[in-house]
Design a protein. Structure first.
Length: 252
């Protein structure tokens, strides 16, 4: 029986068994390994991470975590549905980790204590991304940091509404495509890509006085680190799985 491990930074890998889009995607083979193994490996390799927890209701995922040297944390059924929120799942994971034979906890005395939230269905992310995000949170004292990729040709200015009769109207305003016809003329726009999310302990525990809502756990000061198009592959369907396999095929 080991002693308590009080950590400055804990990585929580979320990998539930179910998925409507691609059943079993967290254990689907990607370049010769279960999908979740790539995320666990990235978390274990991060210099800024003190401990890696893997939260899942899948016995296979928990076994993979154990074999790789991470701490498996069995997820309760109520936090393993497709309607369960990310922050609820992470808080539940931390509570259960604190009750293990060798407890893993965040150091409550350290104001920079934080949790790195990683998704098991994201096998492709650039090297060093986790450390970049944690470093930004530590340097700035912000509430959270998330990775963002440029939207490219799927820019919000080029979005539209398509009526049942086929009529196209602007998504917002009264000018179709905001009058822009060249991609190079679009202002920079970014979207969360799923590569990494780092949340301070205070923000995760909803101690910053933010109004209730699905993103309250991001806190008052949310920041981002940039990735480039295609650097992160978030698997939602079979096409994503094929892309990830192609990207990782030469990595061993």
């Amino acid at each position: 029986m080991g002693g308590t491990q009080a950590c400055r930074t804990i990585a929580a890998v979320l990998a539930r068994a179910g998925s409507k889009g691609l059943p079993g995607k967290n254990v689907a083979p990607v370049a010769g390994r279960p999908c979740v193994a790539w995320t666990i490996e990235a978390a274990l390799a991060a210099a800024t991470v003190d401990a890696v927890l893997v939260s899942s209701d899948s016995p296979r995922v928990l076994a993979i975590a154990r074999d790789m040297g991470a701490t498996p944390v069995e997820r309760e059924p109520e936090h393993a549905t497709d309607t369960a929120t990310v922050d609820d799942a992470v808080r539940a994971c931390l509570r259960r980790a604190a009750g293990l034979d060798a407890p893993v906890t965040l150091d409550e005395r350290d104001p920079s204590a934080c949790v790195v939230v990683l998704y098991g269905n994201v096998p492709v992310r650039p090297a060093g991304l986790i450390d970049r995000a944690v470093d930004l949170l530590r340097r700035t004292g912000c509430s959270s940091v998330q990775s963002y990729a440029p939207v490219g040709k799927f820019h919000p200015w080029w979005q539209a509404r398509l009526g049942e009769d086929g009529r196209v109207t602007p998504w917002e305003g009264d000018r179709l495509f905001n009058g822009v016809h060249r991609r190079q003329s679009l202002p920079p726009s970014f979207v969360p890509d799923g590569g990494v999310l780092v949340v301070s302990r205070r923000a995760l525990l909803l101690e910053e006085g933010v109004a209730p809502g699905p993103h309250a756990f991001l806190g008052r000061d949310h920041r981002g680190v940039r990735t480039e198009a295609g650097e992160v592959v978030d698997i939602d369907d079979a096409v994503d799985l094929a892309v990830a396999a192609a990207r990782l095929g030469g990595v061993r």
